[in-house]
Design a protein around this ligand. Sequence first.
Ligand SMILES: NC(=O)c1ccc[n+]([C@@H]2O[C@H](COP(=O)([O-])OP(=O)(O)OC[C@H]3O[C@@H](n4cnc5c(N)ncnc54)[C@H](OP(=O)(O)O)[C@@H]3O)[C@@H](O)[C@H]2O)c1
Length: 298
Amino acid sequence: MTDNPATQRTPLTPLTLLGTGAMGSALARAWLAAGHPLTVWNRTSARAEPLAAEGASVAASAAEAVTASRLVVVCLLDDASVGEALEGTDLSGRDVVNLTTGTPAQGRARAAWAQERGARFLDGGIMAVPPMVGDPGSGAYVLYSGSPGLFEEHGETLAVPAATRYVGADPGFAALHDVALLSAMTGMFAGVLHAFALIRREDIAPKDFAALLVEWLSAMAPAAHMTADELESDDYGKDAVSSLAMQVAANATLLATAEEQGVSPELLTPYMALLERWLAAANGAEGTTGAVELLDLA
Ligand SMILES: NC(=O)c1ccc[n+]([C@@H]2O[C@H](COP(=O)([O-])OP(=O)(O)OC[C@H]3O[C@@H](n4cnc5c(N)ncnc54)[C@H](OP(=O)(O)O)[C@@H]3O)[C@@H](O)[C@H]2O)c1
C-alpha cells in the first residue's frame, strides 16, 4: 500500500519536560495525549514513573533529559530550582521554555543566563490550575514572552496543553502580566472573604449569597476598561461615574457595618486609607484611578 500524501501527517515535535509535579504532570499528559514524543525528568524519580506507563521516556538526569530534545520545557517550584536543575546541563542549541512562576527580574536574568549558554529562551506564566490543562474549553492559557523566533517555531506545540498569549520580546513581561493578574485576583479574593465574614453569622445561605456575589463582581469587572481609558488619556476624571468623594464617604458605611457585624476591617482598610490620602490631594469629583500615583515608589 502506498502512502496517500493527503493523509500523511507531519511528525509531532519531540520535547523534554523538567518537573513532573502537579502542574508538570498535567502538561505532560496533554502532550502525550496529543501524541508528542516526550522525555520527562523529575528530581524525585517516583513522581515521573506514572508518566512512563502513559508513553513518556523517563530520563535519569536533567542533563540526559536536556540532551533528548531541542525543545525543553521547565516547570519547577521556583527560579532557584530552575537554576539548580539546569546547572551542568548543555543548553547550547536548545529552545528553553520556562513555565516556572517567577518575578519579571527573574525572567530577564534567566533569559540572559540561558542565552549565555547558547539557548533561545521563552518565559511563561500559566493562567490555570492543573485540572484546566489539556481541556480546550477550560479557559486555561499561558502568557509567553521572550524569543519571538522560539515562539513562532514552537507555538503549535506550546498550544497543546493550553492556549497561548505572546506578550512581547521582553522576557520579563510574561511574569509581569501573570503577577499583575494574580495581584488583582488577590484583592478580589480578599473582598470575597470579607463579604462572607459579614453574612456568615446571619440566616443567609452562603450559596445564595455566592450567586449574588458572582453576578455583582462580573458586573463590576469591566470597570477596568474605564481605568485603562483614563490612564491612557491621562485624564483621571474622564469616565468617572462614581466620584472619589462619594466613595470615601461610602467607605464609612462599609466600616460601620463591619463593626456592627463584629468583623475585622483589616482586609479593607489599606485601600480605604489610600483613597482618603488621594482625596486630600486630588479633585473629589474624579474617580479613583488617580490613586495609582500614590502607589508609585519610584
Ligand atoms: N499548581 C498550580 O495550580 C499552578 C498554577 C499556575 C502556575 N503554577 C506554577 O507551576 C510551577 C510548578 O508548580 P506545581 O503545582 O507543579 O508544584 P509542585 O507539585 O510542588 O511541584 C514542584 C516541582 O518542582 C520540583 N522541585 C522543587 N525544588 C526543586 C529543586 N531544587 N530542584 C529540582 N526540582 C525541584 C519538584 O520536584 P520533587 O518532586 O522532587 O519535589 C516538583 O517537580 C510553580 O512555579 C507554580 O507556581 C502552578
